[in-house]
Design a binder for this molecule. Sequence first.
Ligand code: CP
Length: 309
Amino acid sequence: MSELSVRHLLGIKYLNRRDIELIFETADHFKEVLSRPIKKVPSLRDITIANIFFENSTRTKLSFELAEKRLSADVVNFSAAQSSVRKGETLIDTVNNILSMKVDMVVMRHPNPGAGIFLSKHVKASIINAGDGAHEHPTQALLDSYSIREKLGDVGGKKVVIVGDILHSRVALSNIFALQLLGAEVKVCGPKTLMPKHVESLGVTVEPNLRNALEWCDVANMLRIQNERMDMSYFPSTREYTRQFGINRKLLESLSKEIVIMHPGPINRGVEITSDVADSGQSIILNQVENGVAIRMAVIYLLASQIKQ
Ligand code: CP
């Protein structure tokens, strides 16, 4: 069967392993398209997509827009900062007004966890969650696992450590779900104050020591501190954080094996990762960004084929 089990992409939590494999197989095809001189296919000429961003974004917004244009969809962009949301309009009213202009699909980033789920219950369009607060960022997790598969051949059986601000990270939660569905083993590492209570109930183990975590893993996914979601101080100082949970060349070279370094961006250079690691041959950070376009093309294409039925 070559169809997703869902009508919306609201979180990895709602996908099964076959869904992810289908997205990867479809992304393989689109990666080949993206290597051609003409990087465009006419697949979605009859589909209109609205990108609605209530929070800042560089990678995700550009990547979705490029993916939509490479599929020949009509695209409209909406930024909350310049919209009538500022005049008190509700989310449902805003989106229904956009949909009345015959929009088929909505890609939404929102600061509130569950915003995409809420929207999917109230509007007639396919919804893609482009990040909802500290909840999920499903396309980021898909492109992260896809990049591990590309670099190491398979995700199954690999050991992945996610390092940093796990508490406020939608990337961490979506990655945990995706990696486990694909058969990877996952550890989390970071300050105790930035670790969700009962995180082990997600099937991960906590390793408080960064060196031990790096010695154990095949892949380290370094996260930034999400200052915008913090209402108090979670560690004594940035310097202290970097000393305990930052990765640098010296630490990387002292390990007994070569590991793969990932980061979802935006990077805080010199805090969670130094430039000589982020820009090194062990880093696949720019491959992640490149793969994001093929993954988002695959997700949009597969959801759109359900709209067309
Ligand atoms: N990784 C990620 O979501 O980056 P942006 O916030 O720039 O979209």
